[in-house]
Design a protein around this ligand. Structure first.
Ligand SMILES: Nc1ncnc2c1ncn2[C@@H]1O[C@H](COP(=O)(O)OP(=O)(O)O)[C@@H](O)[C@H]1O
Ligand SMILES: [Mg+2]
Length: 509
């Protein structure tokens, strides 16, 4: 007889159904797993044998064949233990044969028969729900899985024995509750930053339209401090965004204690980060920083210190909002629509351009350092902001008087609401100006006559690229939205152009 248990394989953050088939047949005692399984799956054999033994069930002394169908779908990870063990128990008669019909199961087994946590419970639950089934998952993943749908069945047993007892009716498993992490993470307040009015304004614009931004300035001028305040003025995630972000975190195994959070992701990988850490992949296919920053912020401090390969790899997700990783025999893709915030010194010694400073290496120092950021990458950054050293006078002014994060966040939220409504009205699945397609931005950011004149003059004088042109329109649209204006005017364009042209020696737009 063949017993079945449904489970899933992950392709990116999508859960694809997999049917585990177990047959106990005549022959020498052995267990074979077939169906394009990787090494972690092949090791299931040992864990399942030990876990069944610890649960008081002896493995039958017969030939056991396990097939993971469809056979051409690659199977990675250790979450196949539980469905294989459950199907085997059904085949042995240790469990009612039809008990598993309405469920998808996933989980790793420990040698003592307990069920260990695995990544991906939330996407698995969403997949199960789409098929009209319930989910059997490890105990700690229960509160994460419960998010998929309040109506669906979620069983989160601690051990194989608890699972078998539930199906026999001797012990009832209650449905786990969906957990939410309370409170936002602690961030500093914008009011802590003295002076730097231009930089603070640029940060507000970036937050309002989800524009990419780079801060350039000498060490100690407050670039890292400014960037770290961005989360304090960003609006919380929308329900749909929250689910996407959480699915990625779940696949990456980063949903601590299975609780979700509505705070926008803010990822700050160190500049020594490897390709695999940044874009994902590696031994086990896992989302990288660019995906963990989806719907949020990727902050790269000491921007030019990242390796050129890592910097280059950002171009694809910046353009398409998605990252594709090649695996041994297939490809996976993860969503990665993030807002890039970078900070850099103007040169290696950090002091280029400072009044009264002459670099030993002359202009080459700054030129060499800035050349590490390729033109095409810099081209995708709308706001380029020079952050001068803070003066002693600024530092000595009392901290009070500066705007608080709450005040700025309210303006950002209003501007975002305007954008969301505009793009929803056009039937588009975008919520901010930075993400608007070029044809759309030409329509919604059409400048008035004075604005058009300015744009023409500036284009002639500064020779910006076609991409530069559209990006200036996007920033200008955000500036008008912050002001509550329907039409993009000369003043908005002038400010947008100034952001794009600031630090012009950095790059040609
Ligand atoms: N504008 C400022 N207002 C208040 N404190 C500042 C300011 N700029 C710098 N500081 C102080 O200097 C420290 C170093 O700033 P940091 O953001 O690390 O500089 P950078 O990243 O530009 O090298 C901060 O932790 C903060 O205490
Ligand atoms: Mg810094």
């Amino acid at each position: 007889m063949v017993a079945h248990c449904a489970t899933v394989a992950f392709q990116g953050i999508t859960a694809v159904p997999v049917d585990v088939q177990v047959m106990i047949g005549p022959g020498k005692h052995a267990m074979h797993i077939v169906g394009l399984a990787d090494k972690a799956v092949a090791e299931s054999r040992e864990r399942i044998g030990a876990a069944l033994h610890a649960s008081g069930l002896a493995m039958p002394h017969k030939k056991i064949t396990v097939n993971l169908a469809p056979a051409d779908l690659p199977k990675e990870g250790s979450h196949y233990d539980l469905p294989i063990a459950l199907a085997l128990m059904a085949a042995m008669g240790a469990m009612p044969a039809d008990a598993l019909d309405g469920f998808i199961a996933m989980g790793e087994l420990a040698l003592d028969g307990t069920i260990a946590p695995v990544a991906g419970a939330l996407p698995a639950a969403m997949g199960a729900n789409a098929l009209g089934k319930g989910l059997i998952c490890p105990h700690v993943s229960g509160s994460e899985a419960a998010w998929a749908d309040p109506e669906m069945d979620v069983l989160a047993p601690r051990s194989l024995i608890a699972m078998a007892n539930h199906f026999k009716g001797t012990q009832h498993l209650s449905r786990p509750t969906a957990g939410m992490r309370d409170g936002q993470l602690a961030h500093g307040d914008m009011a802590d930053i003295r002076g730097q009015e231009t930089a603070k304004r640029a940060l507000e614009v970036a937050a309002a339209g989800s524009h990419n931004l780079v801060f350039v300035g000498p060490p100690g001028s407050g670039k890292s401090m400014l960037a770290s305040r961005l989360p304090s003025i960003l609006p919380p995630l929308q329900p749909r965004e929250l689910l996407e972000v959480s699915m990625i975190a779940s696949i990456a195994g980063e949903l601590a204690d299975g609780k979700l959070s509505s705070a926008r992701p803010f990822r700050e990988p160190h500049h020594s980060a490897s390709m695999a850490a940044m874009v994902g992949g590696g031994l086990k296919a896992k989302p990288g920083e660019v995906s963990l920053a989806h719907n949020g912020v990727l902050f790269l401090d000491e921007f030019p210190e990242f390796t050129p390969q890592v910097l280059d790899s950002l171009r694809q997700p910046l353009e398409t909002g998605e990252i594709v990783i090649a695996r041994a025999n297939h490809r996976v893709s993860y969503p990665s629509r993030f807002q890039l915030i970078a900070a850099m010194n103007p040169c290696r010694c950090g002091m280029a351009g400072e009044p009264g400073h002459t670099c030993r290496r002359g202009d080459r120092c700054a030129a060499d350092y800035q050349a590490r950021i390729s033109g095409p990458l810099m081209d995708r950054i709308d706001l380029r902001v020079e952050v001068p050293a803070v003066s002693a006078a600024d530092l000595m002014t009392p901290a009070a008087g500066g705007e608080t994060s709450a005040t700025i966040a309210a303006r950002v939220a209003t501007a975002r609401a305007v954008q969301a409504e505009r793009y929803a009205g056009l039937g588009l699945h975008i919520t901010t100006n930075a993400l608007a397609p070029n044809t759309v931005i030409e329509e919604v950011a059409r400048p008035d006559a004075a604005g058009q004149q300015l744009l023409r003059d500036a284009a002639d004088a500064m020779k910006f690229s076609a991409r530069g042109y559209h990006r200036i329109l996007k920033t200008a649209r955000t500036l008008a939205d912050l002001e509550g204006k329907d039409t993009v005017g000369r003043i908005h364009l002038a400010e947008a152009i100034s952001y794009r042209m600031a630090g012009r020696r950095l790059t040609s737009a």
